[in-house]
Design a protein around this ligand. Sequence first.
Ligand SMILES: [Zn+2]
Ligand SMILES: [Zn+2]
Length: 378
Amino acid sequence: MKSTKRNILILFLALMTYVLASCGVNAEQVSNTSQETSNTSDKNSGLIVYFLDVGQADCTLIQLPNGEEVLIDAGNYGDGSYIKNYLENLNVDDIEYFILTHPHEDHIGSAKEIINNFTVKKIYMPDVLASSNLYESTMLAIENKDIETIFAKPGLKIIDSPGLKLELLSPKSMYYSELNEYSAVARLEYDNTSFLFTGDAESVSELEMLGGGFNLDSDVLKVGHHGGRTSSSIDFLKAVTPEYSIISCGEDNSYGHPHIETLNRLSDIGSDIYRTDELGTIVAVSNGKDISITSDEVMEIPLAPLEILNTPPIPDSSEVKETPVISETNYVGNKNSLVFHKTDCSSVADMKESNKVFFTIRQNAVDQGYTPCGRCNP
Ligand SMILES: [Zn+2]
Ligand SMILES: [Zn+2]
């Protein structure tokens, strides 16, 4: 799946170069393209949050306006080289704050590789043991690198400076019946914008956060437990009222995430939903006043207005789009996933109309970077 996204990533890097240049970050930080060379005098580089597409797992990189980096979780075991490359492409060297929300494989999966390949300054994790080999080897890596480790608890302020705050809101209790409830939940505030990262916290922890007197109101919510129905309880969502909700989950995952109940609850409170299984890596950029959301999959369709960052040059998409001259359609491609199917494949029935691209000749789909569906073998 990731290889089909590589071409798009190149386009994405070009876009980010432009975007970052326009909000004051050195363009070299992302890419060497000479598309944009102007340096603004504004030293405030803004805040960028990358919800990495690690399939059915979590991994969120935050580039703070003060130049520091926060990494929340590290995908599944096996995502290490993908995450490492992504971070290296962004010139990340130090990770000042590494939050491991809870010791499930889909959150600490590649933590060891991150610890061994980057300078990690501080690790935040809940005070709970897990019995897996992965957990033990992760703890050993932390010990070997002698990294300061701090147990997560509500009210722990990781960063507390004017205009920039990063605070943990959980876990409150010593014991829970579910490992997910131990999740370290973090709230980030940058001037007038805010983000809530909930790991896999479920309704018990949500209730505790509601009772904890915290300001939960946030513009962006990383939806709890991959959109599972036992998270995102309605009272919690009413307190958060996120304008944007990000769901990190894998395509056709065996848990059925995100659950329809969660999607309905998010829609009911009027939140715009973005999913990594549909869009790939999702990027939220804040200038302290407004947040814009984009992704490295849908270059031609900005998800939210990008005007606040100056509209980037849209790559010439004429080569990518197929307008069938002959009315006969033999194959249907998905613009987001860059996979193409036979017209009678069940995936086509589920596909959004706006995502469909039609092909008469198979080779045209292949030439345009689409890969054949593994189910219908077009
Ligand atoms: Zn999880
Ligand atoms: Zn979990």
